[in-house]
Design a protein around this ligand. Structure first.
Ligand SMILES: O=c1ccn([C@@H]2O[C@H](COP(=O)(O)OP(=O)(O)O[C@H]3O[C@H](CO)[C@@H](O)[C@H](O)[C@H]3O)[C@@H](O)[C@H]2O)c(=O)[nH]1
Ligand SMILES: [Mn+2]
Length: 699
């Protein structure tokens, strides 16, 4: 894991070495560089056995048909576990059916309405149990083969054939989403182990605040030190806050002197960087005061000013018309492309030449338009990136998630480029991990049942659903294109200009980029950043761009729903794409979860609402999704109808004494209401918390 290992190598103090030792064993998603890891963590373990030996033999025999290697391994559950498990489900199903037969036959109750409700409740529990179990018919684990990827895609001359990746980060509020976390997330992306000329990072700022842009400028500066440091010493994780938190500061004598010096230097610089971030708000305030005074000596002008003496087009500290939260013009700024300044630290100048491109995007906000929250922000990034880099793959993160394993992007690419199903794979979803949750996981944030159970099970069907963050997409799948196996003759769809404008909107460069992506799936070299090009980029982030197009419906991330993730995945599966689930020994990504009950419950209610919304929309799993496999459909049905269960749980909770007093329903009347002035809401909260508290007592 990411724990510090000062004694491990004697020479180097580093959290995890991922460079070579680990890659020697392709069974490990990431090598922790030692035999110890192999022992405790082999992909097979007690329960899993290889499932693709025949495929591998065939591939070797044909020496890789189309010349492409096999880049991941598949494991299935041991027969000794899987078969009894399936038998058990079958037996339980019979028991449930017999129970219902018994209930229906014994229908003589004096309180028929209650009898009916309780049978309906029992039927619902039985049904939802079935919906939950059926898709778990054949769990499959797939482990990326990083060694094979390295062998085939990293060339001996130091260059690489790896495909381009555009990384998206969404932020909405610099106060509720602390800037330091977002910046750490960005640093972990800039420093990840991927060729810099194939990587670009796009940050969407829905608050339109200057402070976030200036923080990015600071990040670009600090990255010139941080990125080469990470590469040179194989640092893990590459988010500095977590790294400096985890690692015991190296002491002379234990680590190499070179490492100790570099470490101290970078740590000092990181402290400075944090201080500069802290001061940003003040700096912007003061600078704006100075400029505003220059316009009117009384200083009653309200503009917010950038360091270059221009007015900030986004939201202002003192909001005025066209400059308030929820009302400002669109902004696209390429923050860097900056060369590493070799003079800053001569010892780094051999490791890296430049950094991945970093782009700030704040889409236009206009009170007359619906902005479709995160989905709208991601679609704006999808369009801007189409113009700038148009990488074949896209991975998106919430701003509180960072890359915890620098091999994660390579791992996802393994699935996309694999000879077998690679071309038909629309996205690779990773499990979510959180580092701020208490060890007993009081509010069930880790949700291992879902991430390690349900998702592995779906991996054996059409693939996991999209879970909102830590998911790598194939660009053309987001463009709403069918997978190759559903296209006649496997030919890319012909794009007629009329058609394509109605679908993607009327930016000509965007349409060109989309057509190119569909035909060749190739990345573009960014055109020169002249005024025309910048205004084109601003055009594709205007609030009205989506109007009358397919964006948010058949193209991009889906709108009009609280849980855009599940629906977006559903739309893609419905087109016949498959998806993959990628678990890594050393967690790929790490994030923060709500750690107080109110926020957690709020999140759960929001997700449940989103699920029901989906059920009552045209994306209902019973009718939508033409090419969904049957069990995949069952699973989506389960994901949309599960909130109904709470109605029946409530019904049962309200009538606890029903069976104690035969033929009578007795619900205690809250008499306290009259003499203590207690309201219905007070009662509701009291009972609600009694339920939570009483289940809490036992664990
Ligand atoms: O108008 C908005 C609102 C939100 N966001 C971003 O969306 C992300 C997720 O929002 P958050 O409020 O943190 O929601 P969570 O409940 O934590 O998110 C979970 O649930 C969401 C809905 O299912 C998924 O999209 C997320 O990926 C998943 O982590 C964050 O990066 C936000 O900055 C925007 O960019 N613009
Ligand atoms: Mn979140």
């Amino acid at each position: 894991m990411a724990s510090p290992a000062p004694e491990a190598t004697g020479a180097d103090v580093r959290a995890v070495s991922v460079d070579d030792g680990g890659l020697a064993d392709p069974l490990l998603a990431v090598g922790n560089g030692g035999a110890a890891t192999k022992q405790e963590s082999g992909a097979e373990g007690k329960y899993w056995v290889p499932a693709d030996e025949a495929e591998r033999r065939a591939a070797t025999a044909s020496s890789g048909e189309d010349g492409r290697p096999l880049l991941f391994r598949k494991y299935k559950l041991r027969a000794a576990i899987l078969h009894p498990y399936r038998a058990l489900i079958f037996v339980r199903l019979i028991a449930v059916l017999l129970f219902f037969a018994w209930r229906i036959r014994h229908n003589k109750s004096n309180v028929m309405w209650f009898w009916t409700l309780s049978v309906a409740g029992d039927a619902w529990f039985g049904f939802s149990w079935l919906l939950n179990q059926l898709p778990k018919f054949n769990p499959i684990k797939s482990i990326p083969d990083l060694c094979a990827l390295k062998l085939h895609y990293d060339l001996p001359d130091g260059t690489s054939k790896l495909p381009g990746i555009d990384v998206f980060i969404t932020t909405a509020d610099p106060i509720n989403e602390p800037i330091l976390y977002t910046m750490n997330s960005i640093l972990s992306i800039l420093a990840t182990d991927y060729p810099v000329d194939r990587l670009a990072c796009y940050v969407s700022d829905d608050s339109g605040a200057l402070i976030l842009y200036e923080a990015l400028v600071e990040v670009a500066k600090f990255a010139t030190l941080w990125v080469p440091f990470c590469h040179k010493h194989c640092i893990e994780p590459r988010a500095p806050e977590s790294y400096f938190d985890l690692v015991v500061p190296p002491r002379i004598g234990r680590a190499s002197e070179e490492f100790v010096n570099d470490y101290k230097r970078v740590q000092m610089d990181y402290d400075d960087f944090k201080m500069r971030l802290n001061k940003l708000s003040d700096t912007i305030h003061k600078r704006s005061d100075v400029y505003n005074r220059m316009i009117t000596p009384e200083g009653d002008a309200q503009a917010t000013w950038m360091a270059n003496g221009m007015q900030w087009p986004g939201t202002w500290i003192d909001p005025t018309e066209n400059h308030r939260k929820g009302e400002h013009t669109g902004i696209v700024k390429v923050v860097n492309g900056s060369e590493v300044d070799a003079n800053r630290n001569p010892s780094f100048n051999t490791t890296d030449v430049c950094l991945p491109m970093l782009v700030y995007v704040s889409r236009e906000k206009n009170p007359n338009y619906d902005h479709n929250k995160k989905a709208g922000a991601l679609n704006a990034l999808l369009r801007v990136s189409a113009l700038l880099s148009s990488a074949q793959f896209i991975i998106n993160f919430d701003c509180d998630h960072y890359i915890n394993n620098s091999q994660a992007l390579r791992a996802a690419v393994c699935f996309m480029l694999d000879q077998r199903e690679g071309d038909n794979t629309a996205f690779v979803q990773f499990p979510q991990h959180f580092n701020n949750v208490d060890p007993t996981d009081r509010y069930g944030n880790h949700n291992r049942v879902f991430f390690d159970g349900t998702m592995l099970a779906l991996n054996g069907l059409q693939g996991p659903s999209y879970l909102g963050t830590g998911c790598m997409f194939r660009r053309i799948a987001l463009y709403g294109i069918d997978p190759p196996h559903c296209r006649p003759g496997n030919i890319p769809p012909h794009c007629r200009p009329g058609n394509i404008t109605a679908k993607y909107g009327n930016s000509t460069p965007l349409i060109d980029s989309v057509s190119k992506a569909i035909k060749q799936e190739s990345s573009t070299t960014p055109p020169p950043l002249d005024d025309t090009f910048v205004s084109e980029m601003e055009m594709v982030v205007t609030a009205s761009y989506d109007n009358g197009t397919e964006w948010g419906k058949g193209v991009g991330y889906i709108y009009d729903i609280a849980t855009e993730d599940i629906v977006t995945g559903f739309r893609i599966h419905g087109q016949g794409w498959r998806t993959m689930y990628c678990t890594m020994e050393h967690d790929a990504f790490c994030g923060t979860a709500p750690i107080n009950l109110t926020e957690r419950l709020h999140q759960i209610v929001r997700w449940s609402g989103g699920s029901l919304e989906m059920f009552f929309s045209r994306n209902n799993p019973l009718v939508g999704g033409q090419r969904l496999q049957l069990l995949q459909r069952v699973s989506y049905l389960n994901m949309t109808v599960y909130p109904v269960t709470s109605l029946f749980i409530l019904l049962y909770a309200l009538c606890p004494v029903m069976w104690l007093v035969p033929d009578e329903i007795h619900i205690q009347r809250p008499f306290t209401r009259y003499w203590a002035g207690v309201t219905w809401m007070d009662y509701w909260r009291n009972e609600q918390f009694f339920m939570i508290g009483s289940t809490r007592f036992s664990g």
